[in-house]
Design a protein around this ligand. Sequence first.
Ligand code: ZN
Length: 502
Amino acid sequence: MKLAHFAILMSLLTLLLFHIPFYCFVFKNLKLTSYSGIMLIVNLIVLMIVVNALFYYLIYFLFRFIAKVLMVISFIINSVALYFIDTYGIIIDESMIGNIFNTNYSESSSYISLKLVIYIFLFGVFPSIYISKANIILPRARRFALVSVQTVVFIFIIVYANSNNWLWIDKNSKTLGGLAMPWSYSVNSLIFYINNKKKTEREILLPKATIQDNEKAVIILVIGESARKQNFSLYGYNKNTNPQLTKLSNVYHFDAISTATYTTAGVKSILEHKKSDDLNEILPNYLYRNNVEVIWRTTNWGEPPLHIKKYQNGDILRQNCKGVGCNYDEILLTDLEEEIQSSKNNKILVILHTSTSHGPSYNKKYPTGFEIFKPVCNSVDLANCSNQDLINAYDNTILYTDHILSTVIGKLKKMNTYKSAMIFVSDHGESLGENNLYMHGLPIKIAPKEQYEIPFIVWISNNSIQLKSYETLSQNHVFHSVLNFLSIKSPIYDEEMNIFIK
Ligand SMILES: [Zn+2]
C-alpha cells in the first residue's frame, strides 16, 4: 500500500473508532439548522481526517519502524482514553492529565474492568495487528515534500475559511481538545510538563534596589485583557466608550504596542525591565523583595510566578465583596483603600490584573447597566448575530473598563496623604472581524495592528508631576516608570524608559 493511502486509512480509522464522543459534543452544541453550523461540522470532519493523515504520513516517512511502534502505542492509549470518556464522561484536559500522573498503582488498578479489556482489544490491539503487518511503499522525497506542503496549505485555507467559527471553537476549545485523539493526551501532557517546569523555574534576580525617600506614594498598575486602543474614545473612537475618563483631569494617553499577542507573554512583558526570553525577576517580586508593599489582585491568569505575600484572586476577594460588581471585574476594588491605608510601608504598588474584555463571550463581562451599545451578540455563533453586534458587546467591555479605571482614580484621589498614580496598559489587542480575523494570538510578525496596538493610559494625582512626551511606548516602560514614581534607585533603572519627569 502506498504511504499516502495508508495514512488516510489510519486517519479514517482514528476518526471512526475514537471520535464518536467528539462529534456527539459538536452535534449537541451546534445549531444544525444554520448554514454555518453544518459547514462547521463538515469542516471539522475534513480537518480532522486531513490533520491526522498528515501526521501519520510525516511520522512514517521520517521514522519508519519507530513510527509503527508509536502508532501502535497511540491506538492502545486512544482505546484506554475512549473507555474513560465513555464510562466516566471525562474530558482529557490538562488537569485530568495531572490527576493521571498523580494516581498511584493501587488507585489505578481499581479501574481495571472487563469492559476496559474489551475496549483495549477491540480498538487498540486489533488495529495494531494490522498496523504492524502493513506493507508500505514509501514515496520519493520530492513527492513527499510536495504532498506535505500542499496538505499544510489546504489546512490553512480550511482554518481561515472558518474564521467565522473561531469564537465557537475558542469557547469550546477545552472540550474539543480533550476529546480529539491522539492530541488530547499528547498535547495536554506536554502542556502539563511545561507548566510544571515553569512553576519551578528560577528567575534571574535583579541587583539590590534602595528606597530613596520617605514620601508616601502609591501607584496602581491596571493590566487590561484584550483591550485594543482603537475602541477607546480617548484615542478617537467615534463611540463614547470613555465617558468618565474624558471628564477627569490629569488623564493622559499614549500610543503603545504590545510585545506579543497573547496573555502570558504580554503580562510578562509589562512586568519585566526589558524584552527577554529569560525569566528575569518581575516588578512585583523585585519590589516586594526590596521592602515595597506589593498587592496583586486578579480575575485573570497567566502571570509569571509571583513571590509576594498579598496575592488575592476572586475566591479571596469575594469573601468581603458586596453587590453586583462582585461577579465582574469590580471585585478587584474590594476594600482597596482600606488595604492601602493599613499598610505600614510608605511605598506601595498595587497590580490589578483584569479580564474585562476577554472573549469570546464579551457580553458576559459587564453588569447589565453597562449594556449601552446595542444590540449585542449573545452567542459565539456568528451566524446568529452580525459583526456589529459583536463589536457592540466588545465596546460595552471598554465602557466598563472606563468605569473601573475612573473608580480606581476616585479612590486614589481620596487618599490625599499619598502621592499617587494609575497606569493602565493592556496585555495585547483583539481582532473583531477585520480581514475575517477574530480574537488574538497570531504571531506578532504577521498579526494585524488590532492585535498589538494597545492603550497606555496614565493618571497622576497632582500637577507637580509631569509626563514626558513619547511617540510610542512599549510595555517595558511600565517597570522603569514605577521605579521612578516610587523613588527607587536600582542599577538596572533606565531613565529613557521612564515616563515621569521629576
Ligand atoms: Zn490576554
